[in-house]
Design a protein around this ligand. Structure first.
Ligand code: PMP
Length: 307
């Protein structure tokens, strides 16, 4: 996977890739006090390119920063424009965009004090996060032995860097045990989300996903819920348990990186027929139509740009 591009946007300036560095005494590196986004740009069927739901991702970045009490020294419009500028500078017609707001070098100690708030935007090509085959055949997941943090331990609505220690632990555990991903339960024991994805189940034609109480407000989650309602499916946002997942007809993850990834087995119990089910397939097709500009009803979710 080539992470190397020509430029990374740093604090307002397009900077050559190998000069986009920070000092080892950067506060965020020690305490995880940073917030970030993950955004995708797709090539559209008309030959143009489009960033998917750029406005919503930028708004979530600012929301995450607000939750952590970080003041971003740019406007939302400037950050959104900088994402597109970075794609163009790197001649990328499609790819992944990673804005990162972090507490920079200054004083040490837990209090971020007067340290500068810095902002970088990197882009790189990123194919299917869980593998191209996963989108087709589905993945196997395990219930994590790590609990998703309590809502008053970490801020679940913030896409904060430090929150991802929990995700990394869960992901590494799942991979070490031969699974593709983790299913994380919340502090009350209900199903919450994956290490970097929202989770859905389908039972008797009804689509269910946990409410936003303990999970990240996924933008793919919102897009898939919207499209599912438009296709006439019944959708509910409701807590459910791991055994409800075992007996579901279908299970799938959503996320900017994971897109819509079907799940074929959970804790070694085969789900449905053991491959992508009809609802997951229909929603995946509808989702890819939207991101590639084939659904005019959602043209407003696309920020078009040309190289
Ligand atoms: N939950 C977590 C913990 C995540 O990291 C992500 C990825 N950002 C998601 C859910 C899905 O969110 P989105 O669809 O906005 O990428």
């Amino acid at each position: 996977m080539g992470l190397r591009t020509d430029f990374i946007w740093m604090d307002g300036t397009l900077t050559p890739w190998d000069q986009a560095n920070v000092h080892v005494l950067t506060h965020a590196l020690h305490y995880g006090y940073a917030v970030f986004e993950g955004i995708r740009a797709y090539e559209c069927v008309d030959g143009s390119s489009a960033v998917f739901r750029l406005k919503e991702h930028t708004a979530r970045l600012f929301g995450s920063a607000k939750i952590l009490g970080l003041t971003i020294p740019f406007t939302q419009e400037q950050v959104a424009a900088a994402c597109v500028e970075t794609l163009k500078a790197n001649k990328m017609a499609a790819g992944y965009i990673r804005p990162l707001v972090f507490v920079g070098f200054g004083s040490m100690g837990v209090n971020p004090a007067d340290n500068p708030i810095r902002l970088s935007i990197a882009v790189w090509p990123w194919g299917a996060y869980l593998g191209a085959e996963a989108l087709e055949k589905g993945i196997s997941i395990r219930t994590s032995s790590y609990t998703r943090y309590h809502v008053n331990s970490m801020m679940t609505k913030a896409k904060a860097a430090g929150n991802y220690v929990n995700s990394v632990l869960a992901k590494m555990e799942a991979l070490a045990d031969g699974f593709d991903e983790a299913m994380m339960l919340d502090a009350a024991g209900y199903v919450a989300e994956g290490s970097g994805e929202n989770i859905f189940i389908v039972k008797d034609g009804v689509i269910k996903t946990p409410p936003l109480t303990t999970v990240l407000a996924g933008i793919t989650r919102d897009s898939v819920l919207t499209v599912a309602r438009e296709l006439g499916y019944e959708v509910v946002e409701q807590f459910f348990t791991r055994d409800e997942v075992y007996v579901a007809d279908e299970v799938f993850f959503t996320g900017t990186a994971a897109e819509l990834t079907p799940i074929r087995a959970v804790d070694r119990r085969v789900i449905g027929e053991g491959h992508a089910g009809p609802v997951a397939k229909a929603l995946q097709t509808a989702f890819f139509k939207v991101v590639k500009g084939e659904n005019p009803a959602h043209a407003d979710w696309l920020y078009k740009y040309g190289l």
